[in-house]
Design a protein around this ligand. Structure first.
Ligand code: AMP
Ligand code: MG
Length: 498
């Protein structure tokens, strides 16, 4: 392919959301920044979007990535939404510091949003400055790309730039902009925005848009909105199961931070667990542990019940009948979640055939890990070796406070493995694909942020990004990045930094 150089062609934007209805958004241009500099462009993703990486890294490209120039066919908007924040309903939130540049059809024919996060004030900024600080931008870049590499549906990082401006939080910090790509930025809270205003037409327009964009199979069925609700619930249940299988804690599962496309969105005070504890909380703003690791399925279901409420007027003409439809749909969350979670755990344990006691077996391992402060990621990774060679057990056992605590469980597990006829090597390969070695550990993310913010040194960020982009490979030269934090390295709190 000949490199495209014309930046107008470079961003062949098509803006279906901006065509829906004016009350869905505000038209707003990014605010200029002083001196944009590219931190990193995700070249593979740029290519996937049909963008020319070589043009994007030039000054004109960086002007666009920083919001200083808007492509000619862009119709930049800030989207309106509402949301339950920690259980409290706020009827108007909206993109207070993010501006949707527009949509691109990628090389696979998929419509993707391109959004500039930290692009300046919008009508939804309330008291905020519309800006993002460098630290949270680097965190979102690292964690979202790690999630993608781990096979978890997520928004993606297209680029990060520093702005040359200072943003003021508790102290002056370097400003940055995060260029985010998403299947869409439609949230549970987007539906709530219209429901709060009694705007049934708005809900219908939005629901039809979501069907056309994310759930086309619902278009042809008799009760398309019930089908839509079912489909969103299934995708969300599967998403949260994936989070639990990699030890991810979102941290702020407010309804405005839940994408109806089923992608992980809005990485703030998120974290990957080191030692496994189901009640683990890192987020500094989650004082009561509402969004603790093990609460995430329950919270997702609660959020989806809020979505279902917004759809009631579309589910049936009769109010009671609509409630019945909604309840039946919400109830299915648990079955979808359990199916996805159990299948995932089975894979992590190296089991191929389903067996009714598998969940119990996995849960007993998790309980043992929790009682023994065992590292979540490494425990499962080392099981891959133990599955084929009992001589590896010592390195697995060493992860447990009481190395003997696992002995009984190991016997049961080996007994269960022996029921299946599969070659040792095939099992090990399958298990390694289900159990990553590298996650963006909190202390490494912190180290990368501190080096960049305090010293302008982006090398730790680059290294960590490279390592977590191949999370299942051994990468012996980066052994340090696989290790849990030493006691003085443990990060106990993460911050959203908004
Ligand atoms: P978040 O906690 O990042 O999901 O944001 C919650 C709400 O606050 C959203 O409406 C954001 O757009 C808004 N917000 C967060 N940070 C800022 C900021 N620096 N300036 C303006 N609005 C913000
Ligand atoms: Mg948000």
């Amino acid at each position: 392919m000949a490199p495209q150089t014309d930046l107008v062609n470079l961003f062949a934007l098509d803006n279906s959301y901006a065509r829906l209805a004016e009350r869905f958004f505000s038209r707003v241009k990014p605010t200029s920044v002083a001196a944009p500099r590219l931190i990193r462009l995700n070249e593979k993703l740029a290519w996937q979007l049909g963008l020319a990486p070589d043009a994007l890294v030039r000054p004109e490209g960086i002007e666009i990535l920083s919001g200083n120039r808007v492509p000619e066919n862009a119709e930049p908007i800030a989207m309106a939404y509402a949301g339950h924040q920690f259980g409290n309903f706020v009827p108007q939130l909206g993109d207070g510091r993010a501006i949707l540049l527009g949509e691109i059809i990628d090389r696979d024919g998929r419509r993707r949003d391109i959004q500039l996060k930290g692009a300046g004030r919008t009508p939804y900024s309330r008291g905020g400055d519309g800006r993002a600080a460098l630290g949270p931008v680097l965190r979102e870049y690292l964690v979202s790309e790690a999630m993608a590499a781990l096979g978890t549906p997520t928004t993606r990082a297209l680029a990060a730039v520093t702005t040359g401006d200072t943003v003021w939080r508790e102290s002056p910090l370097p400003g940055a902009i995060f260029v985010r790509v998403a299947s869409s930025h439609i949230r549970v809270g987007t539906f709530q925005f219209f429901a709060a205003r009694g705007d049934v037409d708005g809900i219908r327009i939005l629901a039809d848009h979501v069907i056309g964009r994310h759930y086309q199979h619902c278009a042809g069925v008799p009760n398309r909105y019930r089908a839509l609700l079912d489909a969103i619930i299934k995708r969300q249940a599967e998403l949260v199961a994936k989070w639990l299988l990699v030890g991810f804690i979102h941290g702020v599962m407010n309804t405005d931070n839940m994408s109806v496309a089923g992608e992980t969105i809005d990485y703030g005070p998120c974290a990957f667990m080191d030692a496994y504890h189901p009640e683990m909380v890192y987020s500094s703003i989650d004082r009561k542990g509402r969004y603790a690791f093990g609460n995430q399925p329950r919270i997702a279901q609660w959020n989806l019940a809020r979505l279902a409420e917004t759809l009631l007027p579309l589910l049936a003409e009769d109010g009671n009948a609509a409630i019945k439809e909604a309840e039946a749909s919400i109830e299915m969350f648990s079955a979808h979640f359990e199916a996805a979670y159990t299948a995932g755990l089975r894979g992590k344990l190296g089991l191929l055939q389903p067996h009714s006691h598998d969940l119990r077996l996995a849960q007993d391992l998790l309980d043992c890990m929790s009682a023994n402060n065992a590292d979540f990621t490494l425990t499962f990774r080392r099981l891959c070796d133990s599955a084929v060679n009992p001589e590896s057990d010592d390195s697995l056992r060493s992860l447990f406070k009481d190395p003997n605590a696992l002995d009984d469980w190991m016997k049961r597990w080996r007994h269960r493995l022996a029921e299946e006829s599969v070659t040792a090597n095939a099992r090990r390969v399958a298990m390694r694909g289900a159990n990553p070695l590298f996650i963006p550990r909190n202390h490494l993310v912190e180290e990368a942020i501190v080096a960049a913010v305090n010293n302008g040194d982006f090398q730790p960020f680059e290294t960590l990004l490279a390592v977590i982009s191949a999370p299942h490979e051994d990468q012996p030269e980066f052994g340090r990045h696989a290790l849990p934090p030493r006691s003085e390295q443990i990060v106990t709190h993460t911050f959203c930094g908004t």
